[in-house]
Design a protein around this ligand. Structure first.
Ligand SMILES: NC(=O)c1ccc[n+]([C@@H]2O[C@H](COP(=O)([O-])OP(=O)(O)OC[C@H]3O[C@@H](n4cnc5c(N)ncnc54)[C@H](O)[C@@H]3O)[C@@H](O)[C@H]2O)c1
Length: 387
């Protein structure tokens, strides 16, 4: 059967721009049966020279210096938003109004109000939508989901999730967009707690109430800009940091489970420690992105004397996505989470089936983030108000 060409228009072209472009380019290589060929049609940004270089490096055939022209083009099917958070809502709503399907990086928005407007716009336009919580699509996480859904852990008692980074511990690290409330919405909370929240919602369920504390350890920094990945360059002068460097919160899930969450960029030695442990009545499991091919599992039903966590390399033919890649034990990496995520999205697009996480998940995630901020300010438990 001939494959359907889906023409991508991507806004932004640095860290996530590169990760997404790579996934589009490799998708047909690993997902031979996918009835879609992603076509790298155009990228948009603000400055012509770096944009031209990025288009050439990533393989896009054209570029626009204003994203509005991109969403108006009739040779684009999907708008992919990989800009800082303050641009997500305006671009996504305009894209939906022009009948484009929308892929948006996380957090979906800066506020619940914005997220709700985005969800309403894609629903009103009847277009497909995806929010890039890519860690759901790590094969070991998909395997954890299968074990939980099959009842192998029984009733879930505890979720313990941490996202630990250390890239801004140097007080001279510049005040980049991720540290400015007007561009990012919140700090470690929206940037990385959003990911562990999505994993917890995916694996365990919805959160009903939270109690929280947030802290900004370094309150003044030199001004500067991101320079690819999590690097930055100073530009002169100083400014006030008005978002959290770290957040910790307790959560009660609607199904009775208890959650303990922590997200920080001040955990020295942890470059990207996105990790969780889940304890249920019949067993436990735990996962860490920095060792992402492995899932650790413990079952009470194991023979006494031989009980303990076992480490499973999730690359056997029985494991999710394993058949897409290499023989058992030939591990995959961070970038493959995007291939799996986009593979699912495009399959859903062709079959006209919704794929998660979508903008509804983005809204629910944002509602929890907002409740955490409220709880930190009020120093008391707050209900999550879902909208
Ligand atoms: N899923 C993940 O694992 C993951 C990882 C990192 C970042 N992110 C998310 O991806 C998004 C982008 O982050 P990043 O690390 O790629 O940022 P970045 O700073 O590396 O790149 C941002 C890009 O957006 C462009 N841009 C900025 N403002 C713009 C505007 N108004 N119009 C058009 N282009 C604009 C910049 O030129 C740049 O190309 C953020 O929402 C972030 O939270 C997700």
């Amino acid at each position: 059967m001939p494959k359907r060409s889906i023409r991508i228009g991507m806004v932004g072209y640095q860290f996530m721009g590169k990760a997404h472009s790579h996934a589009y380019r490799d998708l047909n290589f690993f997902f031979e049966d996918l009835p879609v060929t992603p076509v790298l049609q155009a990228i948009a940004g603000r400055s012509e020279e770096p944009l031209r270089r990025a288009a050439e490096a990533y393989g896009f055939s054209s570029y626009e210096t204003d994203w509005r022209r991109l969403v108006e083009r009739d040779d684009i099917d999907v708008i992919d938003i990989v800009t800082p958070n303050n641009a997500h809502a305006e671009i996504a709503i305009a894209a939906a109004e022009h009948g484009k399907h929308v892929i948006c990086e996380k957090p979906l928005a800066m506020t619940v109000d914005e997220a709700v407007r985005m969800r309403n716009a894609v629903q009103a336009a009847g277009v497909h939508h995806l929010v890039c919580h890519n860690y759901r699509y790590a094969p070991a996480v998909q395997f954890a989901k299968r074990l939980i859904d099959d009842g192998r852990l029984g009733r879930i008692y505890h979720v313990r999730a941490q996202y630990l980074q250390d890239w801004i511990m140097d007080p001279d690290f510049p005040l980049v967009w991720r540290l400015r409330k007007d561009v990012t919405g919140s700090g470690a909370l929206g940037d990385i707690a959003a990911h562990i929240l999505d994993l917890a919602r995916f694996l365990v369920g919805e959160i009903g109430e939270v109690a929280a504390c947030m802290e900004t350890f370094i309150k003044e920094r030199p001004l500067g800009e991101m320079a690819g990945g999590l690097e930055a360059k100073a530009s002169g002068g100083t400014g006030r940091v008005d978002v959290d460097d770290a957040v910790a919160f307790l959560a009660r899930f609607e199904n009775g489970a208890m959650g303990v969450f922590e997200a920080t960029r001040f955990a020295g030695g942890h470059r990207n420690g996105n990790q969780f442990e889940i304890n249920g009545e019949k067993g436990s499991l735990r996962w860490n992105l920095e060792d992402m091919n492995w899932l650790e599992v413990y079952f009470h039903s194991d023979e006494p004397g031989l009980q303990g966590f076992r480490r499973i390399n999730c690359t056997e033919p029985l494991h999710p996505y394993a058949e897409r890649y290499w023989p058992a034990g030939h591990i995959i990496g961070y970038e493959h989470t995007f291939l799996n995520l986009f593979g699912a999205f495009f399959k859903g697009l062709v079959e006209d089936q919704p794929v998660k996480p979508d903008f509804e998940d983005g809204v629910r995630n944002q509602c929890v983030l907002e409740a955490v901020e409220k709880a930190a300010a009020s120093r008391s438990w707050e209900n999550v108000e879902y909208r």
